[in-house]
Design a protein around this ligand. Sequence first.
Ligand code: MTE
Length: 318
Amino acid sequence: MIIKTHKSIPSSEITEQSVFNQRRQIIKAMLAMGLTGSGAYSRIVDANDTKWQGISKGYQPKAPLTATPSDIVKNHTNYYEFSFNKSDSTSLAQVLPTDPWSVEITGEVEKPGVYHLEDLLSQQSLQEYIYRFRCVEAWSMVVPWVGFSLANLLKTVKPLSSARFVKFTTLFDPSHMPNQKDNNMLQWPYVEGLRIDEAMHPLTILATGMYGEALPKQNGAPLRLVVPWKYGFKSIKAIVKIELVKNPPLSSWSKSGPGEYGFYANVNPEVPHPRWSQSSERVLGAGFFTPRRKTELFNGYAEEVASLYSDMDLRHFF
Ligand code: MTE
């Protein structure tokens, strides 16, 4: 995310990542699925390849996708609670306690409560979702997430008919997240939101892992949102609260730069950011001389999601 002020974000250096701690319940679930090694993901992930058939797929890409090398995804992160430098969160985030973890689900639901993550996960079947991921800063990658449908989780708490939006909140913990006490560029805690039909869409997931491993802390452990047709800033990390609400929640970025970061944030090559084009993207991990990729409407997921916005002016509702 490029910040609206004149302060620039230093460019990243890719560094070696130290081994991160994997949490036992998630690992147990992954062991049950046979998802324990990351080596397999360094090859081309071909949805039609028989070697993948043992793994339950939450989404089958129409064409084979090449997963971005995992060391890049783990070492090029946007996690502003820790740092504005993309390589620093890898080490800084390791101090964050993520086990045990609870999530409050509240608001317009029949069964509000504070739920242990382990209990929530025991009701879900983890699947693999190989998605394109496009940042508003105009870089992209392909990530094999491990997670479950947000809709399946929401159904367990029975949303009321008055629930029209879903608000997500990241942990507020300034003792471990240094920017939450030192930096006011964003208002903390980080907040994001979706319309209820977006939240219930089968492509929208909560991720607990990637590359067959538990989610690294710098990538949002233990629980993050992934909405593949939207810019990456919608994919909020370290979620502690999910609130079903009547009105559109004001997200952290919309509050910080209302003219720059809209509520919808659908990937759209035709709608430039006020300060740069969104027509193409730098593919992380591609060689220096590899041309930029042409950005696709809804990040290539138009067939699945365009109907959600059929009556909307996407320039106005950016
Ligand atoms: N969630 C929180 N809590 N804090 C953040 O700074 N950054 C967002 C999003 N979720 C962010 C966040 C942005 S700008 C992007 S592009 C993605 O996370 C990056 O995800 P990654 O670091 O796993 O690539």
